[in-house]
Structure formats: structure tokens, C-alpha cells
Ligand binder design. Structure first.
Ligand code: LLP
Length: 412
């Protein structure tokens, strides 16, 4: 806030809303760069390969910012691979994860000559081998270990526990490596893990590393091409005022000793940590409605624009773009025809009026990327700010965009 006005770097958010309309996603480029630098510096002693997790915020301006800083990309679909390459990420720094890769996606990635596939099952291993053989190429692979540790986060976004669908448990994984070694079209490049998301305490990373330390030593001795340990993403950010983003120095303190002893090159796949706190969703109040027990602040952004609150009971701070006096108790809700369409529930909120602007904080990660056209609403515009400069990096979807791609059946 500067003189009672919320700023995005050097630009008043109010001015952005006036210029580009609402709902509007706004990202700070300096914030993106400073988060990347903080992590890169903390991990510098082991020369990390930081692969930005593209699923988190897919805008080319965001991916391109990280590519310009030397980042690679973590992708989970052919579409993300396409975006990463188009935004200038060299294929030699792209890793491809996901439990359900299709033949078409595998071949696309093989032709692009990405760094490696992270492999989640034995059938997938066989499929990648078969695709590589057909194309006359070698596929570099890292098997995904499920270390069965509790990342101490929301159960929807914890991925490294035994009951999750991801990866191979530690008993099965050695057998899978032997199977990989038997395929001449595969090259064993490393081991992958991703234990969950929004992790604020780095201790679970230490526990996961302890679980795979022996395995890594054996694999390194057995396979001369085994050289990467990909620790995935998961580094958490601030959503509530009393939280702090995971401290890269604390993370490094846990991870560095292990990495130095292992002789392996570390790959990281952070997403939320790099973009979450760099973005806000700006929305305009349409109506203020009084219910029997609380107020409903009805805004022009809905669950189609930001689904995290209803989907994960996620908390996003909501602030007034212009300083207000007084507070009300209630919900911030959108225009969608669902009771789950809320951005905040049962909260002390700024006393705003029709026409005022609110900012939903920490919305840079899994915001626009998870937006949909539900209720036939065009997805919001996205703006990148740097200092006093601002640029539209994705225009607001128009009505025609909603029906683009629809085809009438021939018999109608
Ligand atoms: N690597 C892999 C293999 C992943 O599955 C993920 C996220 C990441 C990296 C990046 O994780 P991050 O650094 O952002 O925590 N939509 C949910 C989060 C889903 C996470 C999916 N995987 C949310 O809004 O909280």
C-alpha cells in the first residue's frame, strides 16, 4: 500500500483495473526474478538445475522470464512441452512427469530430445522404451520413487505417501531399474521424487532423502549414466499473514549435505514458490447483499477464475485495493450458480461498496492455470508488471472464444 492504494510494483492496481478491466490477474516480474534468485543462490554450491513447473502458471511471459534466468521446465503434458519450448526453454533442460503419458506425447518429447522422462510405472517404462526403439532414439529416464513420507500439507496435494497414485515404492523400484537396464533404447539418468506441495517445513525433504540415500548409492555404482536426483517441487509460500514462504536457506541446509555426499546433480521443480506470491487476482464488487447472519460481497471473479478456495479449502487473503475504514463479517462470492462459488467464507472483510476493487492475494500459482469457462465466462486477462511498466500478456477471452472449436454435426 502506498498512500492508501495497493500497488503492483510501481503501478497502482486501480489503474490496471481501469485499463484492462476485471477480473484481472496481475504478476510482478521483479518478484518472479527475486524468488528464482533466492533459490538459485541458496543452492548454488551444488549447481542446481531449476526446472520451473509449468503447470503452476502457464503464461508465456512467466515461463519466458524464468527461461531468461537460465531455468529449465518441468512439464506434464504435450501441451506444456509445447508451451515451454515456445517460451524459449532449451529441451536439454526439460523434464517430463505424469502418470499417464500417451504414445503421442512420448514421441513428441523424444523428437524434441528432452533431458529425461520421470517414469511412474513399469508399463510406462515399457511404453517409453518401445517408442524410443521405433524412433531409433535413446530415452533418458528417471524413475519416480514414492518414499512414503508425510509432507505435512493438505491431503489433496500430498503425493509421496504410500496411498498416493504417484511413483514406485522403494521395494519395487530396484526391480524397475533392472527392467529399464534391460531395454537398449533406455538410458538410466536418475531418480525422481515429489512428495507434495505447499510444504513450509523443509524437514520432510530430509526424511525423503534419508529414505533414498542407500538406493542412490547402489544405483550410481550399478549404472554409470545415473547422475541426476530430481527432488521435485513443493516449496511453500505465504497464504496467511502469520505464514512465511519456505526459507531457501533452511531448505539448502537440509538438502546440500546429502547432495554433496551423493555426487549427483540436483534437479528441482518448484512452481508455487516462484510465482504464488508474485500474483494477485483483482476483482470488482458488483453487489453487497445482506443475509440473515452475514454479508455477501458479490464480485465479478468466480470459482471458474480461481478454484482453490472451494477445491482445497484454501485461504487467500482478500484486501481492498483502496484503504477502507471499517469491516464487515461475511463471504466474498462470485456470480457462478453454485454454493461452492466463494473466494472467502466467514471472514472479517473490508467494508467495501458496489464498484470498489478487491485483490485476492497469493493468486499467481494454480490460479489462471486452473481457470475454466464454466457458466460460459471468458477467462480473465493477465498483466505483467515491471517497475512502472505494465503489459497485457493474455487478453481477456471474448464471447467468440467460448464457442471457437465447436462444430455442428453434419446431420443438423
Ligand atoms: N513436480 C511435480 C512432479 C508435481 O506434481 C508438481 C505439482 C510440481 C513439481 C510443482 O509443485 P509446487 O512446487 O508448485 O508445489 N493445484 C494444487 C497443487 C497441485 C500440485 C500438483 N503437482 C494447488 O492449487 O494447491
Amino acid at each position: 500500500m502506498v498512500r492508501g492504494r495497493l500497488m503492483a510494483e510501481g503501478v497502482p492496481v486501480e489503474a490496471l483495473a481501469r485499463r484492462y478491466g476485471t477480473p484481472l490477474y496481475v504478476y510482478s516480474q521483479s518478484h518472479l526474478a527475486s524468488r528464482f534468485a533466492a533459490l538459485a543462490e541458496a543452492m548454488a554450491p551444488v549447481d542446481p538445475l531449476i526446472c520451473y513447473s509449468v503447470k503452476v502458471n502457464t503464461n508465456a511471459a512467466v515461463i519466458g522470464t524464468f527461461a531468461g534466468l537460465g531455468a529449465g521446465a518441468d512439464v506434464v503434458s504435450g501441451g506444456e512441452l509445447y508451451r515451454a519450448r515456445r517460451a524459449g526453454v532449451p529441451p536439454s533442460r526439460i523434464v517430463f512427469a505424469g502418470v499417464g503419458k500417451t504414445r503421442e506425447e512420448i514421441e513428441y518429447a523424444l523428437r524434441a530430445n528432452i533431458l529425461f522422462f520421470t517414469v511412474e510405472s513399469e508399463p510406462e517404462l515399457d511404453r517409453i522404451a518401445e517408442c524410443a526403439r521405433r524412433l531409433g532414439r535413446k530415452a533418458r529416464i528417471a524413475l519416480r520413487a514414492n518414499p512414503d513420507v508425510d509432507p505435512e500439507t493438505h491431503h489433496y496435494i500430498s503425493t509421496g505417501k504410500a496411498e498416493n497414485k504417484f511413483g514406485l515404492d522403494l521395494r519395487r523400484i530396484e526391480r524397475a531399474y533392472r527392467r529399464a537396464a534391460a531395454h537398449p533404447s533406455l538410458e538410466i539418468a536418475g531418480l525422481h521424487m515429489h512428495i507434495g506441495s505447499q510444504i513450509l517445513n523443509p524437514a520432510p525433504y530430509g526424511r525423503a532423502l534419508e529414505r533414498v540415500a542407500g538406493l542412490c548409492r547402489r544405483l550410481r555404482a550399478r549404472y554409470p549414466t545415473f547422475r541426476y536426483l530430481d527432488l521435485g517441487g513443493g516449496l511453500g509460500i505465504q497464504y496467511r499473514p502469520d505464514q512465511h514462504p519456505l526459507d531457501p536457506a533452511r531448505f539448502a541446509k537440509i538438502v546440500l549435505p546429502f547432495m554433496q555426499a551423493s555426487g549427483l546433480r540436483i534437479v528441482l521443480e518448484p512452481g508455487r514458490f516462484l510465482v504464488g506470491n508474485a500474483g494477485i487476482l483483482v476483482t470488482r464488487v458488483q453487489y453487497v447483499k445482506s443475509g440473515p447472519s452475514k454479508k455477501f460481497i458479490i464480485v465479478d471473479a468466480g470459482m471458474n477464475d480461481l478454484i482453490r478456495p472451494p477445491l482445497y479449502q484454501a485461504h487467500h487473503e482478500i484486501v481492498s485495493v483502496r484503504a477502507t475504514r471499517g469491516a464487515v463479517f461475511g463471504d466474498v462470492v462470485g456470480p457462478i450458480c453454485e454454493s461452492a462459488d466463494f473466494l472467502a467464507q466467514d471472514r472479517r472483510l473490508p467494508a467495501v461498496r458496489e464498484g470498489d476493487l478487491l485483490a485476492v492475494m497469493s493468486a499467481g500459482a494454480y490460479g489462471f492455470a486452473m481457470a475454466s469457462n464454466y457458466n460460459s465466462r471468458g477467462r480473465p486477462a493477465e498483466v505483467l508488471v515491471q517497475g512502472r511498466r505494465h503489459a497485457l500478456v493474455r487478453r481477456r477471452e471474448r464471447r467468440e472464444d467460448l464457442v471457437r472449436g465447436e462444430v455442428a454435426p453434419r446431420w443438423s
